[in-house]
Design a protein around this ligand. Structure first.
Ligand SMILES: *Cc1c(COP(=O)(O)O)cnc(C)c1O
Length: 379
């Protein structure tokens, strides 16, 4: 099955009693048993729920994996991965991570005896310098948030494999439409479903997809033991959102290209970070591992103070000033003040999250309207 057909049909079956084509919202906490232990495969909704199961199967198919697991948020999905490790284990993570992931690693799990190394992974070989016998996981995000760095997933995975280390990829920015890490050698793919998969800015959810039975069992054990599961209504909304994932992503990519090229030629813009631009430092890797380049763009306003960058954010009218991304509507974000405020200032400067950096999530509106909005705000 091709991607668009999978988005609509994979793992989804008409409901058995009525033939309802849409997966019902099984809004129930428990299931009646005929006799103690004699049930229909469903005991309690933290453990299994038919609406969630359908979504999990659909996501597994979209990522070319075998098992999907849904969580109450993207961060609780990452939390579940780290909970398969133990005190003393070490994780090598890319340094330009989603701010919340950095906070979870640095403020919560570091306290519990896990060690994290945050490094630049654009040169995959540099990972070798941090591998030792305690290294259990390499965690990376590509394209990264907000600097749009691209990491060669296959190159990192092949080094990890030499040492029996698992590789997890946060695939939120790309979505499975643009990139499927499991096919490039990664072991775990993670999504903030909140973003492109949900696609309509109405749900908080996370997901993991794997292709290994034992790993799936370990993660399902944490999912059930920690209990950060999404409700059936949210699973229904995401199933509905995914039915247009391929159409939405195509439009995000087209608009992303138009906006990136417009910004690149604007005199008030100093730098544009979008992996589709030929002068992007990792453009060749992006071209090889992604089907297209997506709708996430960051740019630096030339010679601008923090106040000037803030004014541009405020002046945009069609781009909503908001955290989050990946919805049908365009959004603008000031990373240093908003999404990445939890990253220490010194670390932000080092990575390139300047006070004059602005991030756009380009939506699927008509591109002419987006360009004229940028024109008036930059003016
Ligand atoms: C939003 C986001 C997360 C966290 O997901 P939540 O659903 O907000 O918990 C993780 N990684 C990336 C890249 C994100 O954009």
């Amino acid at each position: 099955m091709k991607f668009g057909t999978k988005a609509i049909h994979a793992g989804v079956h008409p409901e058995e009693v009525t033939g309802a084509i849409m997966t019902p919202i099984f809004q129930t906490s428990t299931y009646v048993q005929a006799s103690p232990g004699d049930h229909k495969g469903f005991e309690y909704s933290r453990t299994q729920n038919p609406t969630r199961d359908t979504l999990q199967n659909n996501l597994a198919a979209l990522e070319d994996g075998t098992h999907g697991l849904c969580f109450a948020s993207g961060l609780s999905a990452i939390d579940a991965v780290i909970k398969t490790l133990k005190s003393g284990d070490e994780v090598i993570a890319s340094n330009d991570l989603y701010g919340g992931t950095f906070r979870l690693y640095n403020k919560i799990f570091s306290k519990l005896g896990l060690k994290f190394h945050f490094i630049a992974m654009e040169d995959a070989e540099s990972v070798r310098n941090y591998i030792n016998e305690n290294t259990k996981l390499i965690w990376l995000e590509t394209p990264s948030n907000p600097m749009m760095n691209v990491i060669d997933i296959a190159a990192v995975a092949s080094i990890a494999k030499e040492h029996g280390i698992l590789v997890g990829v946060d695939n939120t920015f790309a979505s499975p439409y643009l990139q499927r890490p499991l096919t490039l050698g990664a072991d775990i793919v993670m999504h903030s479903v909140t973003k492109y998969l949900g696609g309509h800015s109405d749900v908080i959810m996370g997901a993991l997809v794997v292709k290994d039975e034992e790993l799936a069992e370990q993660l399902a054990f944490v999912q059930n033991s920690s209990g950060a599961v999404p409700g059936p209504m949210d699973c229904f909304l995401v199933l509905r959102g995914i039915k247009t994932l391929h159409l939405r992503m195509k439009a995000h990519c087209e608009n992303g290209k138009a906006v990136a090229e417009y910004l690149q030629n604007h005199p008030k813009v100093d730098k544009v970070y979008w992996p589709g631009l030929p002068d992007h430092p990792n453009h060749d890797v992006a071209k090889a591992q992604m089907a297209d380049f997506g709708g996430m763009i960051s740019f630096v306003v030339a010679d601008a103070s923090k106040e000037e960058a803030i004014r541009i954010c405020e002046n945009l009218k069609i781009f909503s000033l908001a955290e989050s991304l990946g919805g049908v509507e365009s959004m603008v974000n000031h990373p240093a003040i908003m999404t990445h405020a939890s990253v220490p200032e010194e670390e932000r400067q080092r990575i390139g999250i300047l006070d004059s950096l602005i991030r756009l999530s380009v939506g699927i509106e008509d591109s002419e309207d987006l360009l004229s909005d940028l024109e008036q705000a930059l003016g």
